[in-house]
Design a protein around this ligand. Structure first.
Ligand SMILES: Cc1cc2nc3c(=O)[nH]c(=O)nc-3n(C[C@H](O)[C@H](O)[C@H](O)COP(=O)(O)OP(=O)(O)OC[C@H]3O[C@@H](n4cnc5c(N)ncnc54)[C@H](O)[C@@H]3O)c2cc1C
Ligand code: FES
Ligand code: FES
Length: 1331
């Protein structure tokens, strides 16, 4: 076991290049090796835990036994470098490049507009590339399966799927499902398309990199002897034989076996577990053997889950169906377990031994009577049944530490045996199950008397549990409804969960144990019927419990107006031009902040944050941290030479807490070290002592009770609300709580601060939305003038409002570190840190009273909004103002009053998020309108229609506007969505289906564009023309995926009358365009487009004499002539922007320049037994004037819609009762994935719309459409109402947002949910608090 012997060098290939590592560190992952050592920065860090897919690469291995090469997509963030021996790695850079040849996958994703910020794009490319290497002509299921583990926060996935769909050979028509009008009928052939498939390069598999022959030879030769690699803290040993493995395990029983590293890796990374020794048995062939016997199959425990699935699939094809009941149940679980990338590496033995309480495999393996072959050096080989005795506690089994699972026996099923597995998860795919189960029943020949029953659950206790009592109670009974009822009673008694059980969701989980058993019951009845044992047909209504939710993704419509025929062919305005960086993003060439090369002596900064919600800091001990290898310094508040606080609305926010902390996650100090790993270890070694302060305030209710608010609170009123209530037919009072939302931009907060070395000058490279704010804040913090600080933003990997104020504070801390050490300092937050520290969308609690007439007219409404602002004011006052300014949405409510307050709590400070309070505001209002409809027993869209603004109108703050285009959107949406016919179809469906319900909703928006603070509407630009005719445009806006630079390039191209290819935009920098405003409020193109237009007009005018002299001359000749004529070829541009504002005392003003309108109709199908839901179809009609770039705008619409769908139906930010954020990564916080895209998504841009207020008659679009995602919430509510009606419940009912499966299922009030006794309020501390 000596380290560093020549024989122990690690040898593998990356993109066809041989890599030999003499001393690989066992703690290094492939991701950090690629990025830090090989400078292959196309592979991105998004979460570090296998949950986002940003780091996807392809790994290819030669398999000597079959002489084949296996290509697999894997997560580089979980793959230990030491495991790469003999492997060929392909990264996005190896797939194609703009300098040589782009690959068709890269081209199609880019040209189909599937890349916005681009941070997810390399991962998407690699998942799809790996699929095509295995299957050059995939079907849609293959594609959605391949992309299921890749998250994108920008695009809404539709364009990515459409780009990939072009590789399919099959006809993918909605008629596959056989109902409704055909999607293929829809596009008129002359209708403009977003991309032209005929342009695409063909896929030519012969052009791919060949597998290195050297690796084939190496694999054929096999490798002998134990290999050892030693690192700073960990040693890696890889034995070559089972015998060596057993010896090692006997000597080091506590050393984990490292297989897929999907359990051990996250433990090391997120829980700080240190293993001095790791054993890697990947060369022990016994662990990978598959042996068939007459009774079943032994599968090697080292087999990856993908390999297990493919073994079982082969066997299913080989045997009659009665023998493969268990195999099929296992395949079903494997399909939904993790992502393709996880299944490609995670192993069967690893899953069993990890003993996750919600493992998907253990319940079905146990119910299926599987057994394990176990071996150890001392006790030899033995067989062990995988049953209730195997799992003995949380992640504990009866395996002795020195024992190894060699293989797992999976038996063939017998005649009369029915085996099924079910699971419910917070998201349909790529999410750990909430409850998962395996069930098996055996009947004697021709009998329906239960002979054997085995039921196991995961997710209802600390370990996989057997419902043994229930099984015993049922043995000998006939399988009928009475037995079901008995089963439910015993299950309830047997599987109890205390109200404060880890994982929360107690009522839901208990109800799932019953409803999943009910599904099993029906499956068994069906099988008995098929066997001819029972005659009665289960009625269709009941069988709806078993029909799967629809999943076939269809090609939707993207309907937009083409440019007029008279427009010059060279003028790109109005055309669906590809995002200008899409190809660089798809090839991994696009440079993000953390992709910048390391500078000499650079340090890494890791933040140390508070672990208390409210406490005095009594001591800060950094001595231990300073002793650690690589740690250079620690920065505290005392090191700040200038202002130690940021100030807004009269409140101060400390950059680093000095004496007191007011939330968990507040930054206290920062550790600087030579590497990221050393900095993190240093941060973990800092000791902070606290004295807790009493009664931290966490929830809105607590804040209200204790009057904990940030002032000012706001009031907005029109009419006489109090009086109006006395003259209405009905008064209804309601309440809704809306959860917050994590930004989850794919690129976490990142920055690099480089001291120039003289006269206090600093350069900041930062991923932020407002470079000027960062520049000013850093200057104030360091007490130097702004002219010494330049802030550079090349591109931002998603921001959504989360990279304005919070980034600035972290940049200030990083700048202090650079200042103190006089070295460059880099800070890139881990996903969990980012989620913990930087705040989210404001949760809202609202109560309302509404007065309305029998005909549905709403006469008066009184709404109280409370937001949870967190521990600092940040932009919370502006957020509550925007909430009140939008509380009318599209409705003319004559007497309307809103009050709003920002609650000060001991939680991380919340901040701007796309929509800036508007989605919360409109949600409350629309919920109120929905309640009105429910009270009156009328369809909600009719109530919406009755109350819509009509004709020249005044908002509740007396701003004039014309709602004509809103009404056009409403009518078009109803027509395009075929609302009337589909409402009838939904009603019919619901009548025939007891357990699946459909719901439909139509939701409008009216969204104010521009900043209410008039001074923020200005923008500036600087345009240079170089002597060769190339043009460099700089402006104040930041490119964060929204396509701003693409649109600006289109503007410059039109104004200068030159092709876009001559125009370049390099970065946003405070030294080229100073005093910029934030890229926010959907106003980027309006402001910066006008500034660039202004600069280009100036330049074009200056060239006029030259053009006149030589009208036929080329652009280049004019520019050269202009230079010799001494005409300045550089011009600034400026746009003053509208003077907007609001007088809050008078309660009137013009806070917006104009409104963007939109209407959305969504239909969902809900599984009432589990709360699982699928958006079947969505039709969106949006008025964005004349689109400058329909592909960019449709991209914004679809992306925002899906983000809204996430906000209102999926994403749950939970906090513990002690103020800890429970969700610190994609495994706990679920943003929409490919599986959440509406199966049919049609987007229509309202034709013939003009907007005199913005450039080229366009409209702002980044934020407005997010709220339309609420149509899914209301469709779910509609479906729930139908389910409740079956249980005899009618009228309004509360449903908080997000309408997660848990909330939807419990609201359905099925016989199963009703059996669960509700926990007594206040009886026990809950696991999570509703903040
Ligand atoms: C993003 C993500 C999503 C996931 N989703 C799901 C999901 O939906 N459903 C689900 O069930 N699981 C899920 N998992 C868990 C995953 O399936 C398990 O982590 C995996 O199966 C463990 O296998 P591994 O080879 O990676 O184990 P490793 O991490 O390599 O090892 C884990 C442990 O098992 C022990 N071990 C491994 N092999 C053996 C053996 N042969 N004998 C004895 N001990 C052994 C090791 O000593 C170690 O302690 C997910 C994991 C991740 C990271
Ligand atoms: S970074 Fe690897 S999966 Fe997220
Ligand atoms: S383009 Fe997918 S995360 Fe931005």
């Amino acid at each position: 076991m000596s380290a560093g012997r020549a024989a122990d060098a690690l040898c593998f290939f990356v993109n066809g290049r041989k890599v030999t590592e003499e001393r690989p560190d066992p703690e290094t992952t492939l991701l950090s090796f690629l990025r830090d050592n090989m400078r292959l920065t196309g592979t991105k860090y998004g979460c570090g835990g296998g949950g986002c897919g940003a780091c996807t690469v392809m790994v290819s291995r030669y398999q000597p036994a079959t002489k084949t090469i296996l290509h697999q997509a894997v997560n580089a963030c979980l793959l230990p470098l030491c495991q790469l021996q003999g492997v060929a790695v392909t990264t996005v850079e190896g797939v194609g490049s703009t300098k040589t040849r782009i690959h068709p996958v890269q081209e199609r994703i880019a040209k189909a507009h599937g890349s916005q910020c681009g941070f997810c794009t390399p991962g998407m490319v690699m998942s799809m590339y790996a699929l095509l290497r295995n299957k050059p002509q995939p079907n849609m299921d293959d594609i959605t399966e391949a992309l299921a583990g890749n998250l994108c926060r920008c695009t809404g996935y539709r364009p990515i799927v459409d780009g990939c769909r072009t590789f399919c050979q099959e006809v993918n028509c909605c008629q596959a499902n056989g109902d409704g009008p055909c999607c293929a009928d829809k596009p008129q052939h002359d209708a403009p398309q977003l991309f032209d498939q005929d342009d695409f390069l063909p896929l030519d598999p012969t052009q791919e990199l060949i597998f290195p022959p050297e690796l084939i030879l190496m694999a054929e030769a096999g490798s002998q002897g134990t290999r050892t690699f030693r690192g700073e803290r960990m040693t890696w040993v890889s034995p070559a034989s089972l015998e060596d493995l057993l010896q090692l395990k006997t000597r080091h029983p506590q050393a984990p076996l490292l297989m897929g590293n999907t359990n051990t890796g996250p433990d090391i990374k997120f829980k700080g577990v240190v293993h001095p020794l790791i054993i890697s048995p990947s060369r022990v062939k016994e662990l990978f053997e598959v042996t068939q016997t007459p009774q079943g199959v032994w599968v090697g425990a080292g087999s990856s889950l993908s390999a297990v699935k493919s073994v079982l699939e082969k066997l299913v094809a080989q045997f009659s169906s009665e023998k493969t009941e268990l195999f099929r149940a296992l395949i079903q679980q494997l399909r939904n377990l993790g992502s393709q990338q996880i299944r490609n590496v995670a192993t069967l033995g690893g899953n069993i031994a990890s003993a996750y309480p919600n493992s998907d495999l253990n319940p079905i393996l146990a119910a299926g009577n599987c057994k394990l072959s176990i071996i150890s050096a001392n006790a030899g080989r033995r067989e062990l049944p995988l049953n209730q005795d195997f799992f003995i506690g949380f992640r504990k089994t009866i395996l002795k530490p020195e024992e190894i699972i060699v293989s797992v026996f999976i038996p063939l099923s017998r005649k009369g045996e029915v085996v099924r597995a079910f699971r419910q998860a917070p998201r349909k795919e790529s999410a750990l199950a909430t409850v998962t189960c395996g069930m098996r029943v055996f009947f004697g020949e021709g009998s329906r008397l239960v002979q054997e029953l085995s039921v196991y659950y995961g997710g209802v206790g600390p370990a996989t549990v057997s419902a043994a009592k229930t099984c015993t109670a049922l043995v000998g009974r006939p399988w009928d409804d009475e037995t079901l009822s008995r089963a439910c009673d015993v299950l309830l008694e047997e599987l109890t969960l205390p109200p404060s059980a880890p994982g929360g969701k107690v009522e839901f989980r208990r109800s799932l144990t019953l409803s999943l058993f009910f599904k099993f019951h029906l499956e068994v009845v069906r099988s008995l019927r098929d066997l001819g044992v029972v005659g009665a047909e289960p009625v269709d209504q009941v069988c709806s419990a078993l029909t799967p939710l629809p999943r076939q993704v269809e090609a939707g419509l993207q309907d937009f107006q083409s440019v007029s025929e008279s427009q010059s062919a060279q003028d790109p305005v109005g055309r669906p031009v590809m995002h200008r960086s899409a190809l660089s993003q798809a090839t991994g060439e696009a440079v993000y902040c953390d992709d910048l090369p390391r500078t000499e002596g650079e340090l890494f900064l890791a933040l140390v944050t508070s672990t208390r919600p409210h406490a005095k800091i009594t001591a800060l001990d950094v001595s231990e941290a300073l002793q650690l290898p690589g740690v250079v310094d620690v920065v505290t508040s005392k090191d700040i030479p200038g202002k130690k606080v940021r100030r807004s609305f009269g409140y101060e926010e400390e950059l680093l807490a000095e004496e007191e902390v007011s939330c968990v996650g507040q930054m206290v100090c920062a550790v600087l070290a030579d590497t990221k790993a050393h900095a993190k270890r240093g941060a973990a070694a800092v000791r902070i002592s606290y004295q807790d302060l009493p009664d931290p305030v966490l929830t809105i209710e607590e804040a209200v009770e204790r009057s904990s608010f940030f002032e000012p609170r706001r009031l907005l009123e029109r009419g006489n609300v109090t009086e109006a209530f006395s003259a209405v037919d009905h008064v209804y009072e309601g309440r809704i709580h809306l959860g917050g939302q994590e930004h989850f931009y794919m690129e976490t907060q990142s920055m690099l601060v480089v001291p120039v070395g003289e006269e206090s000058e600093l350069r900041l490279y930062v991923s932020c939305q407002w470079p000027t704010l960062t520049q000013e804040a850093v200057a104030e913090t360091l007490a130097i003038p702004s002219n010494r600080v330049s802030c550079h933003v090349k591109r931002v990997g998603g921001a959504f409002g989360g990279k304005v104020t919070k980034t600035t504070i972290i940049a200030c801390i990083t700048a202090v570190a650079a200042w103190k050490t006089e070295r460059a300092v880099r800070c890139v937050l881990e996903r969990g840190e980012d989620m913990l520290i930087t705040g989210a969308r404001h949760p809202v609690l609202a109560t309302y009273k509404v007065g309305f007439m029998d005909d549905g007219r709403i006469v008066a409404a009184d709404i109280q909004y409370y937001t949870n602002a967190g521990n600092t004011v940040d932009e919370s006052i502006l957020v509550i103002e925007k909430i009140l300014l939008h509380m009318d949405n599209t409705y003319d409510i004559p007497h309307l009053r809103g009050r709003a307050a920002a609650c000060r709590t001991n939680l991380p400070s919340n901040t701007a998020f796309r929509g800036f309070g508007v989605p919360q505001s409109l949600m409350v209002l629309e919920n109120m309108v929905n309640d009105v409809a429910m009270v009156l027993g009328r369809p909600a869209h009719e109530i919406r229609e009755v109350n819509m603004y009509r004709g020249p109108s005044l908002t509740h703050y007396k701003m004039e506007f014309d709602p004509e285009n809103l009404l056009r959107c409403w009518d078009e949406c109803k027509a395009k969505a075929e609302l009337s016919a589909r409402r009838r179809a939904v009603a019919q469906f619901n009548q025939q289906s007891r357990w699946k319900k459909r719901g439909l909703s139509v939701i409008p928006i009216k969204y104010g564009i521009a900043f209410g603070e008039g001074f923020l509407n200005q923008a500036a630009a600087l345009v240079h023309i170089y002597k060769d005719g190339s043009v460099l445009v700089s402006h104040a806006g930041v490119e964060m995926g929204q396509g701003l630079h693409t649109k600006i390039q289109q503007v410059a191209s039109r104004e200068l009358r030159i092709p876009s290819s001559k125009i370049y935009i390099s970065e946003t920098s405070t030294s080229t365009v100073p005093n910029t405003c934030p890229s926010a409020a959907s106003f980027g193109t309006d402001a910066n487009g006008m500034a660039v237009k202004n600069a280009c007009e100036t330049l074009y005018k200056r060239l006029e004499p030259i053009r006149k002299q030589n009208p036929k001359g080329s652009w280049e000749s004019w520019i050269m002539a202009a230079f010799f004529e001494k005409i300045s070829l550089s011009a600034t541009g400026f746009h003053r922007g509208p003077d907007l504002g609001m007088d809050w005392d008078k309660m009137e003003g013009r806070p917006y320049h104009y409104f963007t309108y939109g209407v959305c109709c969504s239909e969902v199908e809900l599984d009432c037994l589990t709360g699982d839901c699928r958006t079947v179809r969505t039709d969106i009609v949006v008025d964005i004037g004349r689109s400058i770039n329909p592909s960019v705008d449709i991209g914004q619409i679809e992306g925002a819609f899906l983000q809204g769908l996430g906000l209102f139906s999926l994403e749950e930010l939970t906090f513990s009762p002690s103020g800890f954020l429970c969700a610190l990564g994609p495994s706990q916080y679920h943003i929409p994935a490919v599986c959440d895209v509406p199966l049919r998504l049609n987007v229509h841009l309202l034709p013939d719309s003009h907007n005199p207020h913005a450039i080229y008659s366009s409209k702002g679009i980044g934020e407005p459409v997010l709220f339309l995602g609420s149509s899914v919430f209301f469709a779910i509510k509609d479906a729930v109402a139908a389910a409740r009606a079956d249980s005899g419940l009618v009228g309004p009912f509360p449903l908080d947002s997000p309408a997660t499966p848990e909330r939807a299922c419990l609201s359905c009030a099925t016989p199963f949910t009703q059996k669960i006794p509700a926990g007594k309020p206040g009886s026990l501390k809950p696991r999570a608090v509703n903040i």
